[in-house]
Structure formats: structure tokens, C-alpha cells
Design a protein around this ligand. Structure first.
Ligand SMILES: [Zn+2]
Length: 285
């Protein structure tokens, strides 16, 4: 991957100590000033689009947020990195080679001692999804898996544009379907209390805006609508009806609340209409 002429990141002075293998490393952070990031629209999937900068070229903010130990590849978002359960550490350590083997099936060469690029940034999310199985319930691990899997799908879209013909488009679809399942599970767990989500500070799904739990409900519905098309007509209709119930919860949530961006309310209403039309079409078939 070619190097861009201007610096896109820096390293934190304070080293991070990996709770799994005890290695010390410096965390890389993105630099966003001086025309490096030119924000454009937000997609239907609530992803922010950036225009390439004149000097900086393409910048992918999503390649930076996950902390990865360069030694054992244990990965998590910074706020969770040190919170791994102590009784999970031996298992997490024993899977060091497995983590590397698994990621090498998708990307044959991956290292985290150099500045991040689109490949290592994508890998960081895949690794995080695996490692959240070792985290406490209080970290909302299923939600973190959902968000990182969705971000992985987005990054595979970027990869496919940059390196076409590598099957990255197919992996992208697999990731969307996985994200659909994780989002659905996140909502179920929140309902049953199996995994609380009150401690989550940033629901994303992208970095620059936080759509709160409404965003989670919206993403779950959208993914069911776009990628829940397997099975018989009957099964798809059932899935879509479930999606409708989920998205309609956004309408009912604190109507006068200032915290709720009307933007997402509008998107939710449109999506509700689209799903209703789709169900009617399927019933006619
Ligand atoms: Zn480590």
C-alpha cells in the first residue's frame, strides 16, 4: 500500500500494557486536522462519507479505534482493553496463534507494529469481534461485536473499491449478515437483561455521531430488511414483521426528547414504509 505524503497518525507517549501477554506497546491515534478529513454525507447505513483530501488522499477513520496488542493480537476498544476477566486471560493467551492463523486466512500478512492501513484496520475489527467473547457482560460485548462487524462490512466495501477482484465484496456480504445477527441478539439481550447496554458511551455506528439505542434499533431493522432475505417467503415475511416491530419502537421512544435526532426518526419512518410495501409484495407472490 502506498504511503501518503502527510502524516495521518501519531503514537501515544504512555505505553499500553497488554493484560493478556503483558507486552508493552504504544497506541496509534489518528490525526484529523489540517484538511485530512473532509466530511461529506451520511449513508442510509449511518456511515459518514469522507472526501479524499488534496494532500492526505483517502483517509479511513475506522481503521484506528480498536486497540490491538502487536504481540498476541488481543483486541478491544480502548475503554474495554484492560477489563478482560482475569479468569479468561489464560484462554485468551492460549488462542494467540489461533488468532493469527484465523486472520491470515483473510489477510495473509498482517502486523500491528507499523502504522495502520486499510488491511490492518479491517483486521483490527475482526480480531476485536473474536476477543469480545472474553469480556465481561458489563462491556456489552454482543453490542461491540455488532458494531465492529458492521464496521468490518463497511471496510470490506472500501477494500473492494481499492483492490477489486479479491473477493472482498463477498466477504462484505457475509459480514453484513453476521452484523444482522449480532444486532438482533443485542436487542434481545437488552430486553431480557442478559446484557445491559447502559454503560455504552458510544453507540455509533460510525465514529462521528452517536445515535444511541435508537441507532441500534434502526441498524437492526435495516440489516434485517437488506440482508434477511433467506428462506421461504413465509420466513422472510416473518423476519420483516419482526423488523417492523423493532423499528416502530423508535417512534414510541420519548417523542418530545431533545436527545433524539429527528434525522433518525425520519429514516425510521421511511424504512417502516419500505418494509410494509415489501411485505405486501411478498404476500402477492
Ligand atoms: Zn498481548
Amino acid at each position: 500500500m502506498e504511503e501518503s505524503p502527510i502524516k495521518k497518525s501519531y503514537y501515544q507517549k504512555e505505553p499500553v500494557k497488554c493484560p493478556v501477554c503483558k507486552a508493552s506497546f504504544q497506541k496509534e491515534e489518528m490525526l484529523s486536522g489540517r484538511g485530512r478529513l473532509i466530511a461529506k454525507d451520511i449513508t442510509d447505513e449511518l456511515r459518514r462519507v469522507y472526501e479524499p483530501g488534496k494532500k492526505a488522499g483517502e483517509t479511513y477513520p475506522l481503521i484506528y479505534p480498536v486497540t490491538v496488542c502487536p504481540d498476541c493480537f488481543y483486541s478491544a476498544y480502548p475503554e474495554d482493553f484492560q477489563l478482560i476477566k482475569s479468569d479468561s486471560i489464560p484462554a485468551a493467551l492460549s488462542q494467540k496463534e489461533k488468532r493469527k492463523r484465523d486472520i491470515n486466512l483473510i489477510f495473509p500478512i498482517v502486523g500491528f507494529r507499523k502504522a495502520r492501513n486499510l488491511i490492518t484496520g479491517t483486521a483490527s475489527h475482526i480480531l476485536a469481534v473474536g476477543c469480545y467473547s472474553f469480556q465481561h457482560k458489563e462491556c456489552a460485548p454482543t453490542f461491540k461485536k455488532a458494531m465492529s462487524t458492521l464496521r468490518t462490512a463497511w471496510l470490506f466495501d472500501d477494500l473492494n473499491k481499492r483492490y477489486p477482484g479479491q473477493n472482498y465484496d463477498r466477504i462484505r456480504i457475509i459480514m453484513y449478515k453476521k452484523a444482522m445477527n449480532y444486532y438482533e441478539r443485542t436487542i434481545n439481550y437488552a430486553q431480557t437483561g442478559e446484557e445491559r447496554i447502559d454503560a455504552v458511551k458510544h453507540f455509533g455506528p460510525d465514529l462521528d455521531k452517536n445515535y444511541g439505542f435508537e441507532g441500534v434499533l434502526f441498524m437492526s431493522t435495516l440489516l434485517l430488511f437488506k440482508y434477511g432475505d433467506q428462506g421461504s417467503n413465509e420466513q422472510i415475511i416473518q423476519k420483516l414483521q419482526k423488523a417492523k416491530r423493532i423499528v416502530s419502537r423508535i417512534f414510541g421512544m420519548g417523542k418530545s426528547s431533545k436527545s433524539k435526532p429527528s434525522f433518525i426518526l425520519e429514516l425510521a419512518k421511511n424504512l417502516y414504509k419500505k418494509i410494509t410495501t415489501k411485505i405486501a409484495e411478498l404476500k402477492e407472490e
